[in-house]
Design a protein around this ligand. Structure first.
Ligand code: SF4
Length: 312
């Protein structure tokens, strides 16, 4: 763990492992999500019609979705990062919705199209725990065998089955652990997504989340503070006074609680959720990510806390 931060940061990990930064080019390949169909009542309560797609990938005007081709998204993403940051190394990141939600042959076609040209260091695929199986894992392993780092990002969100139910996630903790094991057994990297601050989540539920993350064998974690996004089912609950998003002070306490209980070797890729301003309902007074890092690290260091110091 670097001296400067009380957690295992992603930038230090990249620096130590490669000696340079790898930039993620996020693409939306037009996938949907098995949790957004009518039988599942329209998806996770916090999810909007863009399913984590960036605005340059897919935009929604309230009645229709505009989708940019993968080639265009890659071209725009790489050009922007090269020009703005002098980026030289890239990871292709299938980011929006559930990026294994198709038959294996279709997935191969889509991944191959994105990986065209010898310009990638890594492939990152984000998906749901109930949307991956042996055949899909074998396909992803074939890219590792071709020399790419391959990481699967699995959404856990919470280690409490009750909270998962309230989120309308459509899977439970055991489903997540089974899929995590498939990914790890194949030698692929695993990153876990978590959301902190959902209504009903107390220390007991957060401790469950830490425990599940530790048991999953994940190398990476993303922490997100609950955001209430315009037009979601959670927004409707918020308007009725049934849901709130944690404010800065509450979220600092939750992030600190979780970080202290996860393994010290897990790399922290993200600490807050960043919803575009026009869509964010709450919390409205949250700082940007650099300021948040200062606030959280200042708090943890002032108390002598660090990642994993309460990990059993
Ligand atoms: S799994 Fe992801 S894309 Fe599907 S409804 Fe939930 S948040 Fe949205």
């Amino acid at each position: 763990m670097p001296e400067s931060l009380p957690w295992n940061s992603y930038s230090s990990y990249l620096e130590e492992k490669y000696g340079y930064r790898i930039w993620r080019v996020g693409v939306d390949a037009g996938f949907s999500c098995p949790n957004r169909n009518a039988q599942r009542h329209g998806g996770c309560v916090f999810c909007d019609a863009l399913g984590a797609a960036a605005a340059y990938q897919r935009s929604f005007d309230g009645s229709s979705v505009r989708f940019q081709s993968i080639k265009d998204q890659i071209e725009r993403g790489r050009t922007f990062m090269k020009r703005r940051y002098g980026a030289e190394h890239f990871a292709l990141y299938f980011q929006a919705f559930s990026n294994t939600f198709a038959p294996v042959d279709n997935l191969r076609e889509i991944y191959d199209a994105g990986l065209e040209g010898n310009v990638w260091d890594a492939l990152i695929v984000s998906t749901r725990p109930d949307c991956i199986d042996e055949n899909k894992v074998a396909l992803l392993s074939s890219y590792r065998d071709r020399g790419l780092e391959v990481c699967v990002e699995l959404g856990l969100q919470s280690g409490s089955d009750e909270i998962l139910k309230a989120m309308n996630r459509g899977h439970d903790v055991s489903c997540f652990l089974r899929s995590a094991q498939l990914v790890r057994n194949a030698g692929l990297e695993l990153s876990v997504h978590t959301i902190l601050g959902f209504p009903g989540e107390g220390e007991e539920e957060l401790a469950l989340t830490a425990d599940v993350v530790n048991r999953s064998g994940a190398q990476f974690i993303k922490l997100h503070n609950l955001n209430i996004v315009e037009g979601t089912a959670l927004h409707a609950q918020y308007l009725k006074g049934e849901a709130q998003a944690p404010d800065l002070q509450e979220y600092v306490a939750k992030a600190c609680f979780l970080l202290r209980r996860i393994r010290a070797d897990i790399v922290v890729e993200r600490l807050i959720c960043e919803t575009p301003d026009g869509k964010l309902v709450a919390p409205r007074d949250f700082p940007d990510k650099n300021t948040f890092v200062k606030v959280l690290s200042g708090y943890m260091m002032s108390k002598g806390f660090h990642q994993g110091d309460l990990c059993i």
